[in-house]
Write a protein that binds this ligand. Structure first.
Ligand SMILES: Cc1cc2nc3c(=O)[nH]c(=O)nc-3n(C[C@H](O)[C@H](O)[C@H](O)COP(=O)(O)O)c2cc1C
Length: 375
């Protein structure tokens, strides 16, 4: 039997994918303001990247107003935002694609200027991100991170409820599933890791306690969607936003084995070599591979992301390290990425200056291969 290929079909939950080139969740900061609802430009961007039977994971979207750390990010907690997302989803479905929504809370990776009434950001513990990392205020100033306010024990279930409501809202918007953002130093990962979680209650201390919030949030999404339409994204060995567990293996082994029992749609890794690609082009050397390390602990579909190009994606699939590969930056600059990879067409380089914020420039104006050939 031939080894599996990037262009073989793959079943994810109830969905029959026609290929394994997934669009990674990408924050682009181009929602309407002040509603923070997706707008027609966003629908056009996603539709350009939709393919029949292809999977898009839509950008991280805060579950509640305290969950933001960047301007112009779309939310998933108001009726207007749900209506905006419905247009995005409809546009992707019209092209025969599938689309999950990544649901998010940044926790301490925020600043009081983003918070309702200018309050301090909330987090598992009152531990600030180290000063070598810089926060951005709502009006664009670069400052040190503030020390967040630790959520009280009684507030944690309310946060879980916010994720549950966001999962319901995503269902109402017509998405095909949701992905829990458990990566990159944001709220869920802040609970997981001992550098950001020094709680003394049932959500801190032992590994089992630190994994509890992830499990409760995931269960809340499962209650709404059923397990086979819920995915989880993790970044073991990542260092984004001041994160990093000194000894990731015991923590992530426990988390992954616990998640594996739930029968989720998929587990999604950010490879450590690409940790922090949102801020700079990196390829950390001599770091372990998440997919290689944890594959044996995961019995379901495994998606991996981080510095892949066609050839390395193809070999990761052929060697059985992952079932699908998510592409971030090259999906920004190549709206027809699956086709280009399949045909071996050259890839258009991305322009980092237009990643975040703005209008169509660097967003919907990247041509497909055929349009370039005609020009
Ligand atoms: C502009 C930009 C925005 C990103 N936004 C998100 C996000 O919203 N959620 C997330 O989990 N990862 C996010 N990431 C990480 C990507 O999903 C992806 O894992 C990373 O870019 C590595 O893949 P690549 O090498 O194919 O770009 C972002 C990365 C970039 C460059």
């Amino acid at each position: 039997m031939n080894p599996p290929s990037l262009f073989d079909p793959l079943k994810i939950g109830p969905y029959e994918l026609k290929h394994r080139v997934v669009m990674a969740p990408l924050t682009r900061m181009r929602a309407s303001r002040p509603s923070l609802a997706p707008r027609p430009l966003n629908a056009e961007y996603y539709a350009q990247r939709a393919t029949p039977g292809g999977l898009i994971i839509a950008e991280a979207s805060p579950v509640v107003a305290t969950g933001f750390g960047n301007p112009g990010v779309p939310g998933i907690y108001t009726e207007t935002q749900i209506a905006g997302w419905r247009e995005v989803v409809d546009a992707v479905h019209a092209k025969g694609g599938f689309i999950f929504l990544q649901i998010w809370h940044v926790g301490r990776v925020s600043h009081s200027s983003f918070q309702p009434s200018g309050a301090l950001p909330v987090a598992p513990s009152a531990v600030a991100i180290a000063p070598e990392f810089r926060a951005m205020t709502a009006d664009g100033k670069v400052v040190e991170y503030e020390t967040p306010r630790a959520l009280e024990t009684g507030e944690v279930p309310l946060m879980v409820e916010a994720y549950r409501q966001a999962a319901k809202n995503a269902l109402a918007a017509g998405f095909d599933g949701v992905e829990i953002h458990g990566a990159n130093g944001y709220l869920v990962e802040q609970f997981l890791q001992s550098c950001s979680n020094v709680r003394a209650d049932q959500y801190g201390g032992s590994i089992e306690n630190r994994v509890r919030f992830l499990m409760e949030v995931t269960q809340a999404a499962i209650d709404v969607w059923g397990a086979n339409r819920v995915g989880v994204r993790l970044s073991p060995y990542g260092i984004a936003n001041g994160s990093g567990e000194a000894d990731p293996m015991p923590l992530y082994s426990h988390a992954i084995k616990s998640l594996d029992r739930l029968g989720l749609a998929y587990l999604h890794f950010i490879e450590p070599r690409a940790s922090g690609t949102g801020r700079a082009d990196v390829d950390w050397k001599n770091v372990p591979s998440a997919m290689v390390l944890y594959r044996s602990m995961w019995s379901g579909v495994l998606i991996s992301a981080g510095n892949f190009v066609g050839e390395s994606a193809q070999s990761a699939i052929a060697e059985g390290h992952a079932d699908a590969i998510a592409f971030g930056r090259y999906f920004i600059s190549n709206p027809d990425l699956p086709r280009r990879l399949q045909r071996g067409y050259p890839l258009t380089p991305y322009n980092r200056a237009t990643f975040y914020g703005g209008e169509e420039k660097g967003y919907t104006d990247y041509p497909g291969h055929d349009e370039m050939a005609e020009a």
